[in-house]
Design a protein around this ligand. Structure first.
Ligand code: GLU
Length: 528
């Protein structure tokens, strides 16, 4: 009987990074466990000793923790202020469970479901070559040792050959299975060979160790990639051989690239989960985006919280067709989340990228100034790592990029406009330039949605008063406002993009504005 409490697991091999596909598998198991009120177990399948590494294990643990896929049982791990893992069904590392595999292997040998195979690797390779040469539809072990007599076995043992243990597959039997995603499927065992369960030396291979663990850990549902579908058939037969019922299986389709082909690590935007973290993708956005790779929340909503996902998640609703990875949509999702934060949260989350980029100690010395600065970009970034580059014009005099230089040269009178504008700004009570103490100017957190609301009692010119003075100035001078703003912005920020011009003037402060307006046009003219 399947254990009544739902228990799901993610069982990575620590042989590389945690990529999108692995993270999605973990997430669907996690979400189903949470939805059903069950347990989520993390088991480390580390029997491939040559390829497993501690570094890879750390990356997996940290990646899952970063995405908030907290495991109730498994390796103990601390991330930020939380501890994951522990549990009563351990050890959760396969290499610590060898005795258990040996005991179950003995049972299967005794019942005749397993047998010892003395074939050398050379013989196995030859058999395969011969099968290939005659284009055999069946590629695999030919069952040479399947029915050895006791005498034959004893003779091999005397030669000191250490056997592999193979599972005796039923020949030509149709296995009917129910997959939670694929529905009813029939597979003929003809296409599957007698596979190796345990290598000489006692290290088990995946299909066998997986069944022993799923059984011992009382796993009720297995959600994993469709590449394991045929493994699922082998595993069902092992469960049956042990007189046990297998878990419910759900095999989720591949993640595809934009063209519908197999996703490779070289596809743009595909990275290990921790690389997304390190490049400033908000974890909620990555979580939300991964959830959508094969599953839909609702017809008209793509942005949802973790709790909403858990409430709505049903593995039966995962699509049968491969899900396409769309890097633009992932970036869009990141922007959506960033816009939902308070400015304080944005600043706190951006700290990791800002501190190394800003002048020493700047953030701690003038938090209000930087809160204003990042607020101006909240609508304009998708990744936190973009902020230092976007803000660089504040602390380093920018070299106008090509488009900005073009704008500076477009109107013959631009140099004159800029110098007259410098004179105007000189007459206004602009806040002092960063990094001077800007006092109460920096109490003015300017959310784009609250244009200038708190400006009334500010002793400095605010973006609103700067705008009013600028409009009056261009009107008097007979300059089209639309023509005027481009060279001004180019001179102040070095680009044609960015926040509103009056936010720029306000943030940059008096001296920097004057210096740039008076100097940049000369430099641009002189290089033409
Ligand atoms: N270690 C296997 C993998 O990483 C686990 C497959 C399974 O979930 O059964 O693909």
């Amino acid at each position: 009987m399947i254990h009544p409490t739902p228990r799901l697991r993610f069982a990575p091999s620590p042989t590389g990074n945690l990529h999108l596909g692995g993270a999605r598998t973990a997430m669907y198991n996690w979400a189903l466990a949470r939805h059903l009120g069950g347990a989520f177990v993390l088991r480390i399948e580390d029997t491939d000793r040559a390829r497993s590494s501690d570094a890879s294990l750390q990356v997996i643990l940290e990646g899952l923790a970063w995405l908030g896929l907290d495991w109730d049982e498994g390796p103990e791990f601390r991330y930020r202020d939380r501890t994951f893992g522990g549990g009563d069904y351990g050890p959760y590392y396969q290499m610590q469970r060898l005795d258990r595999y040996a005991a179950v292997a003995e049972r299967l040998l005794a019942s005749g479901h397993a047998y010892r195979c003395y074939c050398s690797p050379e013989r196995i390779a030859e058999v395969r070559e011969r099968q290939k040469a005659r284009k055999s539809p069946f590629l695999g072990y030919d069952g040479h040792c399947r029915d050895l007599t006791d005498d034959q076995r004893a003779a091999f043992e005397r030669q000191g050959i250490e056997p592999n243990l193979r599972f005796r597959m039923p020949k030509d039997e149709v296995v009917k299975v129910h997959d939670l995603i694929r529905g009813e499927v029939e597979v003929n065992t003809k296409q599957l060979d007698d596979w190796v369960m345990v290598r000489p030396g006692g290290v088990p291979l995946y299909n066998f160790a997986c069944v022993v663990d799923d059984l011992d850990m009382k796993i009720t549902h297995v959600v994993r990639g469709e590449e394991h579908f045929l493994n699922g058939i082998k595993q069902r037969l092992v469960f049956a051989a042990l007189g046990a019922e297998c878990p419910h299986y759900a095999h989720i389709p591949l993640i595809l690239n934009q063209k519908g082909g197999k996703l490779s690590k070289r596809d743009p935007g595909v990275m290990s989960v921790l690389e997304y973290r390190d490049r400033g993708y908000p974890e909620e956005a990555v979580f939300n985006y991964i959830a959508l790779l094969g599953w839909g929340f609702s017809g008209d909503r793509d942005v949802f919280t973790r709790d909403e996902m858990v409430d709505a998640f049903a593995v039966e609703n995962v699509g049968k067709a491969g899900a396409k990875f769309d890097v633009d949509k992932l970036h869009w999702m990141c922007g959506e989340y960033i816009r939902r934060w308070s400015v304080d949260e944005l600043l706190a989350r951006a700290e990791r990228w800002l501190v190394p980029a800003l002048p020493d100690g700047a953030l701690a010395a003038q938090p209000a100034f930087w809160r204003n600065a990042v607020a101006c970009y909240q609508e304009r970034i998708q990744l936190l790592a973009e902020l230092p580059g976007k803000l660089a014009w504040l602390w380093a005099r920018p070299e106008p990029d090509d488009a900005a230089a073009k704008n500076l040269r477009k109107h013959a009178d631009a140099a004159q406009w800029l110098s007259a504008y410098a004179d105007l700004l000189e007459s206004l009570p602009l806040p002092p330039s960063y990094p001077a103490d800007r006092g109460d100017a920096d109490q003015l957190v300017r959310l784009p949605s609250q244009k200038d609301a708190p400006g009334a009692d500010c002793r400095w010119a605010t973006p609103a008063t700067i705008e009013a003075a600028t409009r009056a100035h261009t009107e008097t001078a007979g300059i089209k406002f639309g023509h005027f703003v481009h060279p001004v912005r180019a001179a102040l920020t070095g680009t044609n993009k960015g926040p509103g011009l009056f936010d720029v003037v306000f943030l940059l402060g008096k001296q920097h504005c004057l210096d740039r307006l008076r100097d940049v046009p000369n430099r641009v003219q002189s290089t033409t």
